[in-house]
Every structure is written in structure tokens, then in C-alpha cells.
Design a binder for this molecule. Structure first.
Ligand SMILES: [Zn+2]
Length: 299
């Protein structure tokens, strides 16, 4: 068959007669719906639960340094290959997953200096809604692959991106490399400024557009490596993963959040206001894969 002239190919592409490429993982610059979302088991009748309430909505979130600046087109990252469940795939009875597949922060650093295990500190062993017969938070299940998403698991926290009543979790729970508190460092996901230190929260606003706000919860607050106003480099140590929760301790884990620095929309069409909680799971998975591959991060 004769090769099609370039002009004809371009015309066919424009008319939608040809598909140029396909990818189920999109960056914020490529707003395309995934061809086959991987829904978690829908449980619309789940009562929101919160066996380990973590973040008061009253915690201050500072304004972004320059919300008018639009992000430059990010690179398209390669998919993570280490063992992890798909984004939004939640175990039965733990809430509905979220279908958006955007890698919101495609170049961020893995926010721990060492390995970590993304799962649920509430529904995992030792959690408030954990499995019967597994009372220890140090159970190997919590410190093993595969990872799993818990952004929209059934919790009582406000989260307009989650299905149903707009409640869920607001970030991702990550166990550190071992079940030992005050040992494993959490590090800056991006270069930026430490804008707030709360009772058990550290807030980092990224210097680069779109100025994501990252929040780190439950570090050992008495021994933080940073203070309010500090400018940090990507990958710089912030504090050690612990169980600080103001009063009664939570489990040993890092609760990691990402909030929008500019308004926009998700790939499935939901509006995003400034400071909306964004699902961090895929950004974390890709950052972790880059770390496993020995790639440096930051700037
Ligand atoms: Zn959490």
C-alpha cells in the first residue's frame, strides 16, 4: 500500500479518523479520559467512618504565591511498574474509588528518604476499621507491597472529588520503611517554602507553578528539621515519620496531601477550585518508581 501523504494523514487525524496515540495515564496537560477506568467496588451506602481522623478542615492553608501563573507542559512520565494496585481500586467495603487518572505532580520527589508502603492506616491491621484478628499496626501486611490508594476511602472528611456525599479521605497514607517511629525521614516533594507548621502538620507550598500545596501529617513535631518560613530544596529533610496527632497518637505513618495551586478541572470533568485536595496516588507511585530506578529528583 502506498504511504498516505502527510497532509492527508493530518486531515484524517484532525477529523478523528485516525488515533494518534493512546495512554491511560494523563498529565494535567493532557486532559483525556482513560479508555477503561478501573473502578473500585462502588459502595454508595457506606456510612462514612473515620477510625483515625487526621486533619481538621480548620488548618490554615496559605494562598499560593502566584496563582495566576499557568503550569508549563509537564513531561509525560512512564508508568510505575512496581507492585501496586490501580488508582481508585479500593477493597470491598472501604468506599468508592475515584476515576480521575491525572498524574497531578509528574516530577515531584518521593516524599520519604527511604522505601514506603502506601495503604490505609484506618482499614489496615491495627487501624480503627482494621481486619479482625490483626490488631498490630506493625503487621507485615502494612509493610508489604502492593500499594493501594486510599484517597476516597470511606471517611467523614469533606472531599468534593469523592463519590456520593463528597466525603472521604483527603490524602494518601504511607507507612515508612519499618514500623519504627522517629526514624525515617520525610522529605520535600518539591522545592518551596514551609508556610505553616501546625500541631501535627507541616505545609509546603511549591515554588514552581502550579504551586501545589503539600501537607505532611504526623511527623515527630518536636524534632522537625524545618521551621515556618524556611525555603527548602526538593528532597530536603523535613522531619521524621511518627504518630503525632496532637493528643492521642495515630498509627506510625505519613499522611500526605496535595492541594491545587490553580483552579481547573479533573479529566473526568469535575471542577477544581484553588486548594482542592487532589488525588496524590499516581504522582506518588511514579515518584517512587523513579526512586527505585535510581533517578534523582528535584531542582
Ligand atoms: Zn490519612
Amino acid at each position: 500500500m502506498r504511504a498516505l501523504p502527510l497532509a492527508l494523514i493530518a486531515a484524517l487525524l484532525a477529523a478523528g479518523a485516525l488515533t494518534a496515540c493512546d495512554d491511560t495515564t494523563k498529565t494535567p496537560g493532557g486532559a483525556v479520559n482513560p479508555p477503561s477506568p478501573e473502578p473500585g467496588p462502588p459502595k454508595p451506602d457506606d456510612a462514612p467512618v473515620d477510625g483515625g481522623a487526621e486533619q481538621p478542615s480548620s488548618e490554615p492553608v496559605p494562598p499560593s504565591p502566584d496563582p495566576a501563573v499557568q503550569p508549563s507542559e509537564p513531561p509525560v512520565p512512564s508508568p510505575a511498574t512496581f507492585q501496586h494496585n490501580p488508582a481508585g481500586a479500593l477493597p470491598t467495603g472501604q468506599g468508592a474509588g475515584y476515576l480521575d487518572r491525572t498524574v497531578w505532580s509528574p516530577t515531584m520527589c518521593w516524599p520519604l528518604a527511604e522505601a514506603g508502603f502506601a495503604n490505609s492506616q484506618v482499614y489496615g491491621p491495627g487501624g480503627g476499621m482494621g481486619p479482625a484478628g490483626k490488631p498490630s499496626q506493625c503487621d507485615t501486611l502494612n509493610y508489604s507491597l502492593p500499594w493501594r490508594d486510599n484517597f476516597c476511602e470511606a471517611r467523614s472528611r469533606s472531599n468534593p472529588l469523592c463519590a456520593g456525599a463528597g466525603t472521604g479521605h483527603q490524602g494518601q497514607d504511607i507507612r515508612p520503611a519499618s514500623c519504627k517511629k522517629n526514624e525515617h525521614w520525610a522529605v520535600a516533594a518539591e522545592a518551596g517554602t514551609v508556610t505553616d507548621i501546625g500541631t501535627y502538620t507541616v505545609t509546603l507550598v511549591a515554588k514552581a507553578a502550579p504551586h501545589y500545596t503539600y501537607r505532611y501529617l504526623h511527623m515527630q513535631m518536636a524534632t522537625l528539621a524545618v521551621k515556618e518560613g524556611d525555603k527548602v530544596m526538593a528532597g530536603q529533610k523535613l522531619g521524621k515519620v511518627s504518630n503525632d496527632f496532637g493528643g492521642t497518637p495515630t498509627t506510625i505513618h505519613l499522611h500526605f496531601e496535595m492541594r491545587a495551586g490553580v483552579a481547573g478541572a479533573t479529566t473526568d470533568g469535575k471542577p477544581i477550585a484553588l486548594h482542592t485536595f487532589l488525588p496524590p496516588y499516581l504522582s506518588l507511585a511514579q515518584a517512587y518508581q523513579r526512586k527505585l530506578d535510581g533517578k534523582t529528583c528535584g531542582n
